[in-house]
Write a protein that binds this ligand. Structure first.
Ligand code: ATP
Ligand code: MG
Length: 230
């Protein structure tokens, strides 16, 4: 079991392959302090999602180790690890039900006040209130009531309410209008505050806000530094 964690994450010479002799990560090391935000950048196939897969322990490393607060993640239960990680994926997961239940997904005991507070903090409240039934509006898994940008804001509200120590975000590539884009950037700042985060970043503005940028190429870490350093 893992008690509530600080959120230090260390990759030490991590090697991984999905298929034999086809390395997806080649000795990647990364030292992330609690509360830092890391932008992972690189061409398609460079290993960004693989790093995320290993931190969540969807796969085990082939060589090296992943440590959280100094504990090798193979020495803790998957449940206690995952309970500390919030994941916001590119293709935001919306299920059939009300807007309210979608936000409360990771914390079903949340009160209406807490749900609204989270939505306000990520600038989702305004568009929710413009829907026919506000927070009680029914949405469909594949419905088109919500735009991509709105889906993203909704998933931010969900992540904020769940309040994980570690946040993983695979940023949407879809084109989003300028106004929503600005809301997303502000919401992201709120969401990242005080958490260790890994962002597969596609937007320059996101990359600029990260504490550290890690450039991957063919499974290797090529560069690491702040936006000003690189
Ligand atoms: P993208 O920007 O396209 O999402 P990425 O940087 O996230 O790319 P990864 O998904 O980490 O790249 O892939 C790293 C390497 O591992 C690639 O060569 C890819 O083909 C391979 N790979 C990824 N997932 C699998 C899988 N499930 N099975 C086999 N090979 C995989
Ligand atoms: Mg990927």
């Amino acid at each position: 079991e893992l008690p509530t964690i600080k959120g230090d994450i260390k990759l030490d010479n991590v090697v991984f392959e999905y298929e034999k002799d086809r390395p997806a990560l080649r000795a990647v090391s990364l030292d992330v302090k609690s509360g830092q935000s890391i932008a992972l950048v690189g061409h398609t196939g460079s290993g960004k999602s693989t790093i995320i897969n290993l931190i969540c322990r969807f796969y085990d490393v082939v060589g090296g180790s992943v440590r959280v607060d100094g504990h090798d993640i193979r020495d803790i239960t998957i449940n206690s690890l995952r309970s500390q990680i919030g994941i916001v994926l590119q293709d935001t997961f919306i299920f059939s039900g009300t807007i309210k239940s979608n936000i409360a997904f990771g914390r079903p005991t949340a009160t209406d006040e807490e749900i609204i507070e989270a939505a306000k903090a990520v600038h989702a409240h305004e568009f929710i209130m413009s829907l026919p039934d506000g927070y009680e509006t029914e949405v469909e898994e594949r419905g088109s009531v919500l735009s991509m940008g709105q889906r993203q804001l909704l998933s931010f509200a969900r992540a904020l309410l769940a309040n994980p120590r570690i946040l993983i975000l695979d940023e949407a590539t879809a084109s989003i209008d300028t106004e929503t884009e600005l809301k997303i950037q502000e919401a992201l700042k709120t969401l990242l505050k005080g958490r260790t985060s890994f962002i597969v970043a596609h937007r320059l503005s996101t990359i600029r806000h990260a504490d550290k940028i890690v450039v991957l190429d063919h499974g290797r870490k090529m560069e690491e530094g702040s936006h000003d350093e690189l």
